[in-house]
Ligand binder design. Structure first.
Ligand SMILES: [Zn+2]
Length: 340
């Protein structure tokens, strides 16, 4: 009988993971204890909280929980621990390359300002990478609930740290607020500075938000992008341009974007030739990490091992990893498949 290949051993790149959201639940409990923060039951129950972000109240609740968790990260050593553990968890799940996403603005008040916050984060990423051997880089993400001028400031900062580990520029939070084009200048600054444009789109709102990311922000990758499945012409465009969608199935189900894992349109995107990079988004709140996303593709969408290997290749090719890292990971994918 053929051995069932372990998806944790499949080399892959992880391109959609938020900073606080990457925290181990046990670490959150310890940090809350350290600082005397009383966490809401939703964060202490040992199982993911019940969230529905398809209306603004649900999204607000999700953001509040996220903010609570973030308030437990106060000192550089907390940041170092978070990043080191995120790297360890990723390695356990077969990741050979991690791009972690952060809005340093949120950490600035406790870490001495925007620049010190970003430096502490980049230092933590560099040392975690050195200690664990996992290649890691950072996407600086602006918050679309804030003023576009703040995004420009962040984009300039991100560009300034391009040689210290920042590889991309993102845009997160509620897609229903503001227009992508309000942030076009910020993205122009980021792109001119050599950063990859990777805004969120097509999660809480439909295909139009993905088109806006392409037209107005010249996105090379889309955070989520799953709702593009509703528009065949858009799928064709994403496929032709090779724009990678950072698809996060467990997150989509947890936030009510889709009812069930089998409703996430993995097949539609895959069959249309849209490159995907499966990601965990916020494992702290959604209860599953990287390998589990591949498991969803296998269990709920019937991806066989050759197709899972192809998904892993797509994640690697969509990454900002240097060519030699990509080649090594791609060779590892072939080995995984050959060893069946
Ligand atoms: Zn996200």
């Amino acid at each position: 009988m053929e051995r069932v290949r372990d998806v944790r051993e499949l080399p892959k790149a992880h391109l959609h993971l938020h900073f606080t959201g990457s925290m181990r639940p046990s670490t959150l409990l310890e940090l809350a204890d350290k600082y005397g923060v009383r966490l809401p039951d939703a964060l202490t129950g040992g199982h993911p909280p019940n969230l529905r972000a398809t209306d603004e109240r649900g999204w607000f609740r999700f953001q509040r929980l996220y903010d609570m968790a973030r308030s437990c990260l106060r000192e550089p050593e907390d940041i170092q621990r978070l990043v080191r553990e995120a790297a360890q968890e990723d390695i356990r799940d077969g990741s050979g390359w991690l791009e972690i996403q952060v809005d340093p603005t949120s950490y600035a008040p406790r870490l001495g300002g925007l620049i010190p916050a970003l430096e502490i984060i980049l230092d933590a990423v560099e040392s975690a990478s050195r200690e664990t051997g996992l290649g890691m880089r950072v996407l600086v993400a602006a918050n679309r609930m804030k003023h576009p001028l703040d995004a420009r400031t962040l984009a300039r900062l991100a560009v300034r740290y391009a040689d210290r580990g920042v590889v991309g520029f993102g845009l997160s939070n509620d897609e229903r607020r503001g227009m992508a084009r309000d942030f076009d200048r910020a993205f122009a600054i980021a792109r001119d500075g050599g950063l990859l444009a990777a805004p969120h789109g097509g999660e809480l709102t439909g295909p139009a938000s993905v088109r806006d990311c392409l037209d107005d922000l010249h996105a090379r990758r889309i955070g989520h992008g799953v709702r593009a499945a509703e528009d065949p012409r858009l799928l064709k465009r994403l496929a032709e341009r090779g724009v990678t969608c950072e698809v996060c199935p467990a997150s989509n189900v947890a936030l009510g974007v889709y009812e069930k894992p089998e409703d996430v349109p993995l097949r539609t995107l895959y069959d249309a030739g849209v490159p995907m990079a499966l990601g965990a988004d916020d494992p702290l709140l959604f209860g599953s990490r990287l390998a589990a996303q591949y498991e969803i593709a296998r269990q709920h969408h019937g991806f066989d091992d050759a197709e899972l290997a192809e998904l892993a290749r797509q994640s690697v090719r969509g990454s900002a990893a240097p060519a030699e890292v990509q080649e090594k990971l791609l060779a590892g994918v072939d080995e995984w498949l050959a060893a069946g």
